[in-house]
Design a protein around this ligand. Structure first.
Ligand code: PAF
Length: 292
C-alpha cells in the first residue's frame, strides 16, 4: 500500500494501531493532531506544523463527552465529519482516528488522569471536571497512537499547560508543540464554537481581542495587572451581547496569579459568553514593570 497517497480513516483502536504501525515503517516519525472536528484554519495550522515536524501526520476527530459538563454544549457541538475528512485529506494527513464514544470508553471505565493543581483554577473552576476529561482522553489518544510529537493550539492556553504538565509528570514519551492562535481578519480567534454565534454575536465577538489588545498595551507600558483587568471588564461590559465569565492575568509560565506591576511575561486569559456560547482567548504580554 502507498501510505502517502491515501488517507486511512479508522473508527476502531485496533485499526488505527495497525495503520500507525504501517506508517511508521522503517523509523518514520508520527505527528499527532487531536481535534474534536468542526475543523477550521486554526486546526489546519496545527496539521501544517505537525507535517513540518514529523514524517507522517495522524489526526483524531472525537467529541469527547467527558470534558463537557452536564449543562454544556455536548449535544449542540458542531459535527461536520465528511467535510473534516476532506480538509484533512487535502492537507496530506495519512490517517484519521474517528471513534464513537463506545469505542473510546469502556462501559465500566474508572481510571482518570488529572493535573490536580492546574485543572482546578481559571477555566477549571468555571468548568469542574473539564481538564480531567481532557487529560484523560489525551492520555488515551497518546497510548493508542503513540506519536513522537503532538500539536495543540495556544488559544487553549490552560489546556496546553495541563497537557505539558501531565506529559512531564507521567513521563509520556511525546514532544508537545504549541501553535499560535489563528485569527479572522477582525481579530476573532478561530474556534469551532464561532459557527454557533448569531450574525449579531459574531459581529460583536472581536471585543475579546480588542479588550486584550488594550490590556496588553497598558501592561507593556508598566500599568498594574489590576488596572489592565479593570479595562477588560469595562470594555466587555460596554458590549450588550457579551457577558464576561472570567478575565485573568497570570504568570505566562506557571499560571500563578499576578498582582501589581508584573516583572515577568504574563498571559491574559479571557472567557466571554455570547448567549449560550462561551468563547475563550489568550494573549502573552512581555512586561517591563518592577514587582510592587
Ligand atoms: O482542544 C480540543 O479540541 C480538545 O480539548 C482535545 C485536545 C482534542 C481533547 O478532546
Amino acid at each position: 500500500m502507498e501510505d502517502n497517497a491515501t488517507m486511512i480513516v479508522c473508527p476502531s483502536k485496533g485499526d488505527i494501531r495497525t495503520a500507525v504501525n504501517h506508517l511508521r515503517g522503517r523509523g518514520r516519525t508520527i505527528g499527532l493532531v487531536p481535534t474534536m472536528g468542526a475543523l477550521h484554519e486554526g486546526h489546519m495550522a496545527l496539521v501544517a506544523r505537525a507535517a513540518e515536524l514529523a514524517d507522517r501526520v495522524v489526526a483524531t476527530i472525537f467529541v469527547n463527552p467527558t470534558q463537557f459538563g452536564p449543562n454544556e454544549d455536548l449535544s449542540t457541538y458542531p459535527r461536520t465529519l465528511e467535510r473534516d475528512l476532506q480538509m484533512l485529506r487535502e492537507a496530506g494527513v495519512a490517517a484519521v482516528f474517528a471513534p464513537e464514544p463506545g469505542e473510546m470508553y469502556h462501559t465500566e471505565a474508572q481510571t482518570v488522569v488529572e493535573t490536580t493543581g492546574l485543572s482546578r483554577v481559571l477555566m477549571g473552576r468555571l468548568r469542574p471536571g473539564h481538564f480531567r476529561g481532557v487529560a484523560t482522553v489525551v492520555t488515551k489518544l497518546f497510548n493508542i497512537v503513540q506519536p513522537d510529537i503532538a500539536v495543540f493550539g495556544e488559544k487553549d492556553y490552560q489546556q496546553l499547560a495541563v497537557i505539558r504538565t501531565m506529559v512531564r509528570d507521567l513521563d509520556i514519551p511525546v514532544r508537545i508543540e504549541g501553535v499560535p492562535t489563528q485569527r479572522a481578519p477582525d481579530g476573532l480567534a478561530l474556534s469551532s464554537r464561532n459557527a454557533r454565534l448569531t450574525e449579531a454575536q459574531r459581529a460583536a465577538a472581536p471585543v475579546l481581542s480588542q479588550a486584550m489588545a488594550e490590556a496588553a498595551e497598558l501592561l507593556a507600558e508598566g500599568e498594574t495587572a489590576e488596572i489592565a483587568r479593570a479595562r477588560i471588564a469595562r470594555l466587555i461590559a460596554a458590549e450588550p451581547l457579551a457577558q464576561l465569565r472570567s478575565a485573568d492575568i497570570r504568570d505566562a509560565a506557571s499560571l500563578a496569579p499576578v498582582r501589581g506591576r508584573p516583572a515577568r511575561p504574563v498571559v491574559i486569559l479571557l472567557a466571554v459568553r455570547f448567549g449560550d456560547v462561551t468563547l475563550i482567548d489568550q494573549r502573552v504580554v512581555q512586561t517591563r514593570g518592577e514587582p510592587t
